[in-house]
Write a protein that binds this ligand. Structure first.
Ligand code: GLN
Length: 534
């Protein structure tokens, strides 16, 4: 039977609960255990797919095409296990399932209630992940902060699971902020005490309290938290802010997190094998070179909107002995007048994914700048579409070339919906999502990046496609189609020959990059940006 670890958060949101959960996953996996991870989000959206990146950061796409919370990206990067549609559940989805069952008569005769029906649906999701994955330990993170109205059914569901599986098979970890007051030069434990009190009112008694702080905590504060929150003294575990995110598992191991979790769950394992992770951190710290990448997007005020892209850039740079500096360029600021000045310092230019027409012209200018100045360019999803639009405008001379997403009246819609997609499509969950195969053409940068592999599989999240009506013309004028769907109908990658690296891909390579296994396309992009390729 699987053991369950539940991670809740208190005091403030954005604490790094996800990093704590992901780090614990890494440590337990390093002890030889099979781990499954899951995030339960109390908001009412059915999935995060329709949410603005400004509100919730990027939407992370899993292999099976689920649009999930960005914390799942942390889980995949830290634990290195592919997640799936069972790994993220929102209140919206829970209610949707319950109401669908109610309409189909599944509860006929009963009054449908939060307890037991909504809580039952939540429990079912947790238990079924354990069953499907046959994991030794299922780590379930509850989004939001203790005390939120929306989280109550989730807390009640995990309380019931604690009761059903018994305390040796279940562990509650509460992650809280311990603020430092400059005026009195001390940490304060009171917010943690209040947060735990709130949790206890839901019937949950935390076994472990993970304290988040920027500085080292005084022992007296830990004593106080243990005493007033009713946990063993060594179950108050310090989680300090670390300069590199990937240090978190090692820091938490030093603080005995995994040892104590195993002790409390009666799990006997070998010592964790952390050699590879430690070697990776040494590489990260030893990286001396410097590479500067201009990321031209429209959600740049919130870096979390491009979290996986940012991490993928770091992974590739570290492996090549360099630290990456990302210049966050607001595409609305990129104009004919400003483009040279904004991009002249960049070693490479990246245009990431996006939706809606705000800032589109700035992105097109950035692609033109990269092409004309032969600066390495990586276009991801919208970034590939932008590259095609720019080429059609500048080289084919179609001044109104566009994507029909942004200009439905363009006479030259080089990016458009496929014929079978046209019609009134609802916004949620209707895109090309998840993994699709792509066949790579020989003698291209794509083939060089993927080391000659002919068929690859990458994750998608988009609605519009390269329009085949313009394919021949674009090819004749020099655009290289370097990746297509196996039947040749969908263009998955384009590139230019007379640039060291100018590649646009319709998919999102960033989702598959790992700190210890950088994505090959990012690696070649960074290598070109560093001038390491011939
Ligand atoms: N908006 C574009 C589309 O739907 C690109 C999407 C993306 O970049 N993820 O096709």
């Amino acid at each position: 039977m699987a053991k369950h670890v539940f991670v809740t958060g208190g005091v403030v949101s954005g604490l790094g609960k996800g990093i704590t959960a992901a780090s614990l996953g890494r440590l337990l996996k390093a002890r030889g255990l099979k781990i499954a991870a899951q995030k339960l989000d109390p908001y009412m959206n059915v999935d995060p797919g329709t949410m603005s990146p400004y509100q919730h950061g990027e939407v992370f796409v899993t292999e099976d095409g689920s649009e999930t919370d960005l914390d799942l990206g942390h889980y995949e990067r830290f634990i290195d296990e592919d997640l799936n549609k069972f790994s993220n559940l929102t209140s919206g989805r829970v209610y949707w399932n319950v109401l669908t069952k109610e309409r189909s008569g599944a509860y006929l005769g009963s009054t449908v209630q939060i307890i037991p029906h909504v809580t039952g649906e939540i429990k079912e999701a947790i238990y079924s992940l354990a069953k499907k994955t046959e994991a030794d330990v299922v780590i379930t993170e509850i989004g939001g902060t203790t005390g939120d109205i929306e989280s109550q059914p989730f807390l009640e569901a995990i309380r019931q699971i604690g009761h059903e599986v018994g305390r040796t098979n279940c562990l509650f970890i509460h992650v809280t902020l311990v603020p430092f007051l400059k005026s009195s030069a001390e940490h304060k434990s009171k917010p943690t005490q209040h947060s735990v009190k709130e949790l206890m009112a839901s019937g949950i008694f935390p076994d472990i309290i993970v304290t988040r702080s920027d500085e080292i905590l005084e022992e007296s504060i830990k004593d106080k938290i243990a005493l007033f929150c009713n946990v063993k003294r060594d179950c108050v575990i310090e989680n300090r802010t670390v300069p590199v995110l990937y240090e978190a598992p090692l820091m938490l191991h030093e603080e005995q997190l995994d040892t104590i979790v195993c002790r409390e769950l009666n799990l006997t394992t070998k010592e964790p094998e952390l050699g590879e992770w430690e070697a990776m951190l040494s590489t990260i710290k030893a990286a001396q070179k410097h590479v500067r990448i201009a990321l031209v997007g429209k959600y740049i005020q919130l870096h979390d909107a491009y979290l996986s892209v940012m991490e993928a850039l770091k992974h590739a740079s570290w492996a090549l002995g360099s630290q990456v500096q990302i210049d966050w360029i607001d595409s609305e600021q990129v104009t004919e007048g400003s483009v040279d000045q904004l991009l002249s310092q960049a070693d490479g230019i990246l245009v990431p994914g996006g939706f809606g027409d705000r800032g589109i012209e700035g992105k097109i200018l950035a692609a033109r700048y990269a092409r004309e100045h032969k600066v390495p360019y990586l276009g991801i999803c919208l970034g590939m579409q932008i590259a095609v639009i720019e080429y059609a405008r500048s080289i084919l001379g179609y001044a109104d070339a566009h994507s029909s997403e942004f200009n439905p009246d363009s006479q030259h819609p080089v990016i458009a919906l496929m014929p079978d997609q046209r019609g009134n499509i609802p916004k949620g969950g209707t895109m090309r999502l998840g993994t699709y195969p792509c066949v790579i053409s020989d003698n291209t940068n794509m083939s060089k990046a993927y080391k000659g592999q002919r068929i690859i599989a990458e994750r998608h999240r988009h609605r519009y496609e390269f329009n085949n009506d313009f394919r021949q013309e674009l090819i004749e004028k020099g655009l290289i189609i370097s990746g297509t769907s196996p039947d040749g109908t969908l263009v998955e990658a384009v590139e230019l020959a007379d640039n060291p690296f100018f590649v646009g891909v319709q998919y999102h390579p960033e989702f598959k990059s790992r700190p210890n296994r950088p994505h090959p396309l990012f690696s070649l992009f960074i290598a070109s940006s560093l001038g390491l390729t011939s």
